[in-house]
Design a protein around this ligand. Sequence first.
Ligand code: DC
Length: 209
Amino acid sequence: MRFTVAIDGPAAAGKGTISRAVAAKFGFAYLDTGSLYRAVGVKALEVGRGVIDPVVAAQLAGNLSQTDLDRDDLRTAMAGQAASKVAALPEVRAALLEIQKTYARRDGGAVLDGRDIGTVICPEAEVKIYVTASDEIRAARRHKELVQGKPELTVAQVLDDLRARDDRDAARDIAPMKPAGDALVLDTTELSIDEAVDRAIRAIQARTT
Ligand code: DC
């Protein structure tokens, strides 16, 4: 059985939480596509000693290993910015395209979250959800996650970081972040995690029953 749930949206809107819950509920596989770009971004920074070379980034994208994806520094703000930068490079996106497309149509169902899943990776997805929330709420949520490892971090810094990333992700020429025309837009600003997950589950059940 092929069944794809495409979950897109800006940084820290709740895509990962919703995706994991939905995948567990329906027994689908889950791919966090942002981690692919994060892995390429941090490695490209390392190789270039702080400078991202597009040719190197594309090579890295074509040769990602499980070890690259298991690094424990992929969730930092620096990794997020590096990911957003390499994600604007057409060669990097091309190198990561096939693996995502194949994953999306695997047997048994798949949930993928990212920025272009419903628009580019799997426009034929059975369910498309665009998860969003106000900038302030997203910054507060992400701050809560990051401040444990970095106590000096302020909400204002996280807000600036998210906005810079969203602007770059939405403005790029290739596969910009945007809702697919037929996506359900799920604004989680005033929703609890359970409520947001419940709405996503209902959208999927509407297509499966
Ligand atoms: O979902 P995330 O915050 O981990 O993603 C990190 C960056 O990777 C994001 O700022 C843009 C990029 N990205 C992308 O361009 N396309 C995707 N499908 C997923 C992530």
